[in-house]
Design a protein around this ligand. Structure first.
Ligand SMILES: *[C@@H]1O[C@H](CO)[C@@H](O)[C@H](O)[C@H]1NC(C)=O
Ligand SMILES: *[C@@H]1O[C@H](CO)[C@@H](O)[C@H](O)[C@H]1NC(C)=O
Length: 322
């Protein structure tokens, strides 16, 4: 498990065999990072420092003044449920009747599963071939769509029995996240692009660049469609961006730093990133979990007026810490 997860963490970040250095400490969130301790080369670090310098000194005031026009949310835990601590959650969707569908990653451990909400019990499991790394998942009528990491392909499964109904190809740069409004499919590939896909062909119907106060939001990961917005986990952060799918603007941020903090203080095991958002539209319940998290939380949002320290960019945008 650790080997595989390391593989993904490192592979996503190391373009060369350059010696690794610790992540830069400026503006680092106070939490232990859910990101590679290694794998950041010297060049990206230097470029990162330069770009942070440039952003502070060349562009800044106008953009940061606009922060107040975005809505910020904290949360309250209203329920917690067990979650398979070996599930490297990459996709999560609510299927009605207290049932979740989940896609898990890592080579040799990837799966699509049907999970009972209250008990965390896996009610049905489709174990994937060891050469596949499962990523985002969405449910459109009776079919589950799943994308795979590092390929331009994905699978369709029958919701009723998780049997594989076929393979598709797509045009995104990679397969990270999927969501649906019931008509189109939204996709993410780890960049700042939000894709709109035709569910019949998986061809790209449209694209938008996701921005927050004028800054690009990259590393868009697991997606969920909620009340006209696409919500996205930003990889390696504890932030969820609430995106307007029409133009890619981030309308608000859900800040879940304290959730992982709570989990870390109550569970002695290592946990990875927050990843996995599911929405029960009927009962208006919001669920979140993370990779290898032993718990899945039902949360309610609480608007916050201002951050006690730092800015939403510090917390949520990777340009500050890559
Ligand atoms: C809901 O799930 C329960 C088991 O958890 C099952 O017995 C029941 O038939 C399901 N109901 C529907 C409508 O699918
Ligand atoms: C699974 O369900 C699909 C769609 O309902 C059906 O076509 C298929 O035959 C089922 N497969 C198995 C093995 O039961």
């Amino acid at each position: 498990m650790a080997g595989g997860s390391q593989k993904k963490r490192i592979a996503r970040h190391t373009a060369s065999s350059a010696p690794s250095v610790p992540p830069p400490s400026m503006s680092k969130p106070t939490l232990p990072p859910c990101r590679p301790k290694c794998g950041i080369g010297v060049l990206p670090l230097v470029l990162g420092l330069l770009s942070v310098f440039a952003l502070y000194h060349l562009t800044p005031k106008k953009a940061s003044l606009k922060v107040s026009s975005q809505h910020l949310y904290s949360f309250e835990v209203v329920n917690e449920f067990p979650h398979d601590p070996r599930a490297f959650t990459q996709g999560l969707v609510y299927g009605g009747n207290d049932t979740l569908f989940e896609s898990t990653g890592l080579y040799g451990q990837s799966s699509v599963r049907q999970v009972h909400l209250q008990t965390g019990q896996v009610q049905a499991l489709h174990q994937m071939d060891g050469s596949y790394f499962g990523e985002g998942l969405t449910l459109l009528s009776e079919r589950l769509f799943q994308v795979l990491w590092k390929t331009h392909t994905g699978f369709v499964y029958a919701r009723s029995n998780l049997s594989n109904l076929g393979k598709f190809t797509h045009e995104m740069k990679d397969g990270w996240g999927l969501a649906t409004d019931g008509k189109v499919i939204y996709g993410s590939d780890g960049t700042s692009t939000l894709y709109t896909l035709n569910p019949k062909t998986m061809k790209v119907l449209g694209k938008s660049t996701v921005t927050s106060n004028g800054y690009q939001v990259s590393l868009l990961n697991e997606l969920e469609y909620i009340n006209g917005e696409v919500w996205a986990n930003v990889w390696m952060s504890d932030c969820i961006a609430r995106i307007s799918p029409s133009d890619g603007t981030v309308r608000g941020w859900v800040l879940l730093q304290n959730l992982r903090q709570t989990l870390l203080s109550s569970v002695p095991t290592e946990v990875d990133c927050l990843n996995g958002i599911a929405w029960d539209d009927e009962k208006k319940r919001l669920f979140v979990t993370g990779k290898l998290w032993p718990k899945l939380y039902e949360i309610e949002l609480r608007p916050v007026k201002t951050l006690l320290q730092g800015s939403v960019e510090d917390l949520c945008l990777s340009r500050y810490w890559i």
